[in-house]
Design a protein around this ligand. Structure first.
Ligand SMILES: Cc1cc2nc3c(=O)[nH]c(=O)nc-3n(C[C@H](O)[C@H](O)[C@H](O)COP(=O)(O)OP(=O)(O)OC[C@H]3O[C@@H](n4cnc5c(N)ncnc54)[C@H](O)[C@@H]3O)c2cc1C
Length: 393
């Protein structure tokens, strides 16, 4: 027996994109059902992004006291680019008058889930979408199964696929689960979480002859660090001592504060943009629509920027019968998506050492780094992109 639920907007995926969209729709008086294949506990404990752009924090302010980004998170007014053993601070406040916040994604998700449940949101964990049907009719449907395997159908005026990089919804929009522009990089990040005090006050993006490393923070007692590795690296291939050696040799000038490593992962680098972001009454948002390599810290921020546009477009369509913003959504979202794609690719190529890099490539890269840090315009361009381009009104 299939259970059928009816709502105005069916949202597949309770990541940052899906949850924030349900909040913004609720504020506009539009009801939605959000489903996610994972449990609440899994969603709230998976370690992923850590940097929130200023515009993201301002949007999250709309959650009221539920958003702890400003109270528990840490405002950062700059980052350091390090190369040839020397650090160069990019001062966000001085160059563009903006900032970023270090506030882990799973904490953002805790805030969003709490806010949605407090508002009475129909939010269903352990429910997996299998397909989207009837995208080009005015009654699209999500075909799903609950945790016990029972079929569930959600009928809606509109369906949003915010179901991450392995999106099921994508096939209903682009015609295939793969349909998009794609690039893979010849390296990955080896990430660790460790129990130690911070080694620096701000993030250090370090380019060294041994490859890239990122020193970032999570809290006063937990730190997140990454170093460039081969995409096929086995996480068990290093002892703790070897991991610290790998990190330390890539951050000359800073003595890393070491502590027990309690999580390690290898993060492959991919850039992807779906060929289409909307078909009929189905649209994609967040990682379902695009992924970026993590160097520019853009993934979650871009997901949030999509739903900001989409929520307003849905409000106009569903409440005012005005389809223009919805028709414009793919183009409007794409502008920011491709800027973020460019910035993420550029930061990646600026800082990483490719396996086939020659002496020429290495010297050219240092020249490029110098032309950023030694120019007020270069520093400002990086700061503007990193803190997030202001949203158009
Ligand atoms: C290690 C790491 C570090 C990162 N660092 C940063 C950073 O510093 N800054 C930044 O901005 N971004 C960063 N990112 C990227 C960021 O985490 C993602 O871009 C962000 O999670 C995208 O949000 P989303 O809501 O679109 O998708 P997701 O967060 O992936 O959420 C999608 C949800 O859909 C659910 N789902 C999937 N398929 C189905 C289905 N068939 N049925 C039901 N539910 C489904 C999933 O369970 C998931 O909860 C990082 C990513 C990683 C992995």
């Amino acid at each position: 027996m299939t259970t059928t639920v009816r709502t105005r907007v069916a949202i597949v995926g309770a990541g940052p994109a899906g949850l924030l969209l349900s909040h913004l729709l609720d504020r506009a008086g539009i009801d939605s059902v959000v489903i996610d294949q994972r449990s609440r506990d899994e969603i709230e404990s998976t370690i992923r992004a850590g940097i929130l752009e200023q515009g993201t924090v301002e949007l999250l302010d709309d959650l009221g006291p539920h958003s702890r980004a400003r109270t528990v998170g840490h405002r950062h007014d700059g980052i350091e680019l390090r190369f040839e053993g020397e650090g160069h601070r990019i001062d966000f406040a001085e160059t563009v008058g903006r900032a970023v916040w270090l506030y882990p994604q799973h904490e953002v998700l805790k805030d969003l889930v709490a806010a949605r449940l407090a508002a009475g949101q129909d939010l269903r964990f352990g429910v997996t979408a299998e397909a989207i049907a009837d995208a080009e009719t005015d009654r699209p449907r999500v075909l799903a199964r609950d945790a016990e395997g029972r079929p569930l159908q959600i009928e809606a005026d509109f369906v949003v696929g915010s179901d991450g990089s392995r999106s099921v919804a994508r096939a209903a929009v682009t015609g295939s689960s793969q349909g998009g522009y794609f690039r893979e990089y010849p390296f990955a990040w080896f990430g660790i979480l460790c129990e130690a005090p911070p080694s620096a006050d701000e993030l250090i993006y370090s380019n060294s002859p041994d490859g890239f490393a990122l020193v970032s923070q999570r809290s006063d007692t937990v730190q997140r660090m990454y170093f460039q590795c081969d995409p096929d690296t086995d996480t068990a291939a290093f002892t703790e001592e070897q991991l610290w050696d790998e990190l330390q040799k890539r951050v000359p000038g800073t003595t890393l504060k070491q502590g027990p490593i309690f999580q390690r992962d290898v993060l492959r680098f991919r850039s992807f943009v779906a060929h289409e972001l909307r078909r009929g009454r189905v649209a994609l948002a967040g990682d379902a629509a695009h992924t970026v390599p993590p160097t520019g810290a853009k993934g979650m921020n871009l997901a949030i920027a999509d739903v900001r546009l989409l929520a307003e477009a849905l409000r106009r369509s569903l409440l005012e019968g005005d389809e223009r913003a919805l028709d414009a959504y793919p183009e409007a979202a794409s502008r920011r998506i491709w800027k973020a794609q460019h910035f993420s690719w550029w930061m990646t190529s600026l800082l990483h050492v490719t396996p086939d890099a020659t002496d020429f490539d290495r010297r050219r890269q240092v020249g490029e780094l110098r032309s950023v840090v030694e120019s007020a315009h270069g520093r400002a361009a990086l700061a503007e992109a990193y803190t997030g381009w202001p949203f158009p009104s």
